[in-house]
Design a protein around this ligand. Structure first.
Ligand SMILES: [Zn+2]
Length: 92
C-alpha cells in the first residue's frame, strides 16, 4: 500500500507500507510526529558523517587507494576533475 505521508520535517513523501492495518496506521502516525523524509534523512546523515572529520577533496584514485574506508560526501564526485570529497577523520 502506498501512502502520502506528511513528515515532521514538513515534506510530503509517498511511502510504501506493508503489514497489518493497525501496524501501518501506527507507522504513519510515527512518521507524522517524528519521522523525516528521505531527503532530510540523507542531509542528516551527511552531517553525522562529517562530525569529527575534515572534508578533503582528493582524486578518486587516491580515495580508493588510501581512504576507501572513509565516507564520502553524496554527489561530490566531479567527473571532470576526477575528484571526490571524502570525510577524513581529524585524528587520522
Ligand atoms: Zn524533509
Amino acid at each position: 500500500m502506498k501512502y502520502e505521508v506528511n513528515f515532521s520535517c514538513g515534506h510530503t513523501e509517498t511511502t510504501e507500507l506493508f503489514g497489518p492495518y493497525e501496524q501501518r496506521r501506527r507507522k504513519i502516525a510515527w512518521f507524522e510526529e517524528c519521522g523525516i523524509c528521505s531527503k532530510c534523512y540523507k542531509e542528516r546523515k551527511e552531517i553525522e558523517n562529517s562530525i569529527g572529520c575534515n572534508e578533503v577533496e582528493m582524486f578518486y584514485g587516491e580515495f580508493k587507494k588510501n581512504y576507501s574506508n572513509c565516507k564520502t560526501k553524496a554527489g561530490s564526485y566531479n567527473g571532470k576533475t576526477k575528484t571526490i570529497v571524502v570525510y577524513v577523520p581529524v585524528s587520522a
